[in-house]
Every structure is written in structure tokens, then in C-alpha cells.
Design a protein around this ligand. Structure first.
Ligand SMILES: *Cc1c(COP(=O)(O)O)cnc(C)c1O
Ligand SMILES: [Zn+2]
Length: 406
């Protein structure tokens, strides 16, 4: 009988120079060129044994795709119920914008309230499986919360390095989950430098995104889910709030895998990067036709997940934009704040500022003709507005306080 293992992971391969690396030891970046390693699988074996119809019977979590995920043994998964989030048809918002088929992939229902759960469950599971004793991460906030939760679930210590001005909710959640929190007087890149300087001596495994090969594998499941939820069709356009770009890079990889599996054809969505005017290195690089992005100076935006002045995967994000005939757009903090309220009032979706930025971006693309109202569009709401209480309307604006009924 032809049985497929839980994971068909074969090896890691450098996305830039092609150098092969062993999969079953802890790896970071390419030993030859220092760039991003991608996981590779025995897709032929999966193609022979797994069908979309069989998938449909599986539990509603990202682990339904386990053959194309890197974890070897299910007992290593510190699952908290991540993935298989709803793809909501936004009828009222679609009508207001003149969009025939507008969807919101709502990642806010993930454990820890953001899609960072997808990447961190994968990185933590793999690190535990390969013998890491302690984990460290630089983060704008949400990735730290997700690491803290999954490290707790896996029984590993976690060390989180966050900018001093990161959202209070993410600082508190790290401490709540028992992680060691250090505030860095700088941005996420400065936090990354601290982690890299200390990890070797401290015995920490650094799970910085795309410097560790498996967070992208977790986030690629968003691509599998969108395809499955649309009946193995991809939308015309995907709009994504981009920081380090792990999600866009992961989804672009997922589409190639799904085509190799025979689950989808060769049609791809146009990928759209949205960034904030206060930190838009990928948008600027795209507008210049560049293949890598210069660091953004004095980055500032209320959408912390997009406050990433420099990303190691810049060349992969830009590649997905060029290959998909996509585009990149920036929005102001005021525009994304207004979009948060609009998603809440018209669709009942409590979006994070990053997620709301995709709506503000889509409005610009509809206005300039880059997207037409006939096309199917998926916006990614990457997290819950509940983690950004200070951006919601203030409670004491409520005009009426009544005494209890007699
Ligand atoms: C991290 C983060 C992003 C950016 O995600 P990338 O895949 O790294 O580009 C967007 N939104 C939120 C809420 C985030 O936490
Ligand atoms: Zn390389």
C-alpha cells in the first residue's frame, strides 16, 4: 500500500542561489549566500495519495495540509486551533465599493488574535522537534505574543524583543504567557540585531521571520485555504498588508505547490502589497522597478505590523509582485483608521489597522482602474482590532449613563 508520511519534507533549498540544506537539523539562512531557505516536499507522493475530496473531510485547522507542512510527527504540534479562518463574503462593503465579489479572509480569529499564530506554531513545533532548548524573537508586537503562547504550549522558554513603543496589549500578552520581555529603544530591525548578538551565547534559537525556514510554511497555508474555500479557484486579486512579507511570499509558494499537486491551474491572482505612507520600502522599490528594497528611514505608522523598514525577503516579495503582474500601494494612517471603522460598521469585522489598510488600498486601486469592480478580490484582515483598543472609539464618548432598572 502506498502510504504517505505525515510530512513529505525532503530538504531545504536557497531561494536565491539554490544551495541545498539538510532539513532535519536546525537551520537559519543559506550558508552560502545568507538569503532565505525554502522547504521542499515530495509533491509527487502527495499528488498520488491526497485529493481535494479527501481534504474536505479533515478537521478545520491548518494541519489539514500536514503532508505539505514540515512537522514530522503530530505529537510535536503545540496546536491551539490555528488556521482555517473564515473567508467572509463582504456583500455590503462590496456593494458600497462597486465590487462584485469582495471577500475578507479574517485572520483575527486565530489564537493570540493574529495570523502570526500560523507561522509561530510551525516554527515552535519544528524547533522543539529538532531539539532547540530556548527561543528568541524580534517583533513589532504580534509575533512576540504568538511565540510566547506557542512556546508555553510546547514547554519552552521564550525571549521576546520589542520596540519600546509597541502596543501595550502585545507587551502584556507576552508576560502573561510567561515569556521574558525586553524592550528595545528602536524598531524591529534594532530588536533583530540584539537577538542576533545574544542568541549564540545565550543558547537561544532565533525564530526571526524568513531567517528561520518554517514560519513561511505556516503562513503559506493562507494560500491553500483561500483556494480550498473558493472551490479550488484563486481570486483575481489578493490585497495584503505587508511588513516582512512572510504571508505574500508563503502564499506565492503555496500556489506553485498546489499547481504541482494538480489542485489548481496556472492562473494566479495579482498580488497587491499595501504599506503605510510612513513606512513603504516595498512600494517605493516596486515603483522604481527594483528587485530589492532600500531601508526606509524614520519609519512611523500606527499599523505596527507594517512598520518594517527593511526585510530580508524583499527580493521574494517583489518577485511575487512582478510575476503576478500585481502592484503596490501606500495609504495614510488616517485612511486606514477610517477603514477600520468602515469594516466594523458595514460588515461587523473588527479589523486591526494593518488589515483595514487593505480596504483603504483597494479603494485607491478601484479609483485608478488598477482593479475593476468585476474582479474577485480577497482582502487580508491579519488580526483582531481587540488588540488595538486605543484605536477604537473611546468608551466615555457614550452620551448616556442610566441607573439600573428598579
Ligand atoms: C506581522 C503583521 C503583518 C505583516 O505580515 P508579514 O507577512 O510579515 O508581511 C500584518 N498585519 C499584522 C497584524 C501583523 O502582525
Ligand atoms: Zn543561497
Amino acid at each position: 500500500m502506498d502510504t504517505t508520511p505525515y510530512s513529505t519534507l525532503t530538504h531545504l533549498e536557497c531561494s536565491a542561489c539554490g544551495e541545498h540544506h539538510a532539513a532535519d537539523v536546525l537551520q537559519t539562512t543559506c550558508r552560502r549566500c545568507g538569503l532565505v531557505l525554502f522547504a521542499h516536499y515530495d509533491l509527487d507522493a502527495v499528488r498520488r495519495t491526497l485529493t481535494p475530496a479527501a481534504l474536505a473531510q479533515r478537521p478545520a485547522s491548518l494541519w489539514r495540509y500536514h503532508e505539505v507542512l514540515p512537522v514530522r510527527a503530530p505529537e510535536h504540534v503545540p496546536s491551539l486551533g490555528e488556521g482555517y479562518t473564515p473567508l467572509l463574503l463582504a456583500r455590503r462593503l462590496g456593494a458600497a465599493l462597486g465590487c462584485r465579489a469582495l471577500y475578507v479572509k479574517d485572520e483575527g480569529v486565530n489564537p493570540t488574535g493574529t495570523f502570526k499564530a500560523r507561522g509561530l506554531v510551525m516554527a515552535v513545533a519544528r524547533a522543539a522537534e529538532l531539539g532547540a532548548q530556548a527561543l528568541a524573537i524580534p517583533t513589532a508586537g504580534n509575533a512576540g505574543g504568538a511565540l510566547a503562547a506557542y512556546a508555553a504550549a510546547a514547554g519552552l522558554p521564550a525571549h521576546v524583543f520589542m520596540p519600546v513603543d509597541a502596543p501595550d496589549a502585545t507587551k502584556r500578552e507576552c508576560r502573561h504567557y510567561g515569556a521574558q520581555l525586553t524592550l528595545v529603544d528602536g524598531l524591529i530591525g534594532d530588536a533583530g540585531a540584539v537577538v542576533r548578538a545574544r542568541s549564540a551565547d545565550a543558547g537561544w534559537f532565533d525564530v526571526s521571520t524568513l531567517r528561520e525556514p518554517y514560519r513561511a510554511e505556516g503562513k503559506k497555508t493562507m494560500g491553500y485555504e483561500v483556494a480550498e474555500q473558493l472551490g479550488w479557484q484563486l481570486p483575481d486579486v489578493i490585497v495584503y498588508p505587508t511588513g516582512g512579507g512572510t504571508g505574500i511570499v508563503g502564499m506565492w509558494k503555496a500556489f506553485a505547490e498546489m499547481e504541482a499537486l494538480g489542485w489548481i491551474g496556472s492562473k494566479r491572482p495579482r498580488m497587491v502589497v499595501v504599506q503605510s505612507e510612513g513606512c513603504a520600502p516595498i512600494v517605493r522599490a516596486f515603483q522604481q522597478g527594483a528587485t530589492t528594497a532600500e531601508p526606509w528611514a524614520a519609519a512611523q505608522t500606527i499599523a505596527g505590523g507594517m512598520r518594517v523598514p527593511s526585510a530580508i525577503g524583499d527580493y521574494l516579495i517583489l518577485q511575487a509582485l512582478y510575476e503576478s503582474d500585481g502592484t503596490a500601494v501606500m495609504v495614510s494612517d488616517n485612511e486606514l483608521l477610517a477603514a477600520m471603522g468602515e469594516l466594523a460598521r458595514t460588515e461587523g469585522i473588527n479589523a486591526c489597522p494593518e488589515g483595514a489598510a487593505t480596504l483603504a488600498g483597494l479603494r485607491k486601486l478601484l479609483a485608478n482602474g488598477a482593479v475593476s469592480g468585476d474582479e474577485s478580490v480577497v482582502l487580508f484582515n491579519t488580526g483582531s482590532g481587540l488588540k488595538y483598543q486605543d484605536l477604537l472609539p473611546a468608551a466615555d464618548d457614550a452620551p448616556v449613563v442610566t441607573p439600573p432598572a428598579a
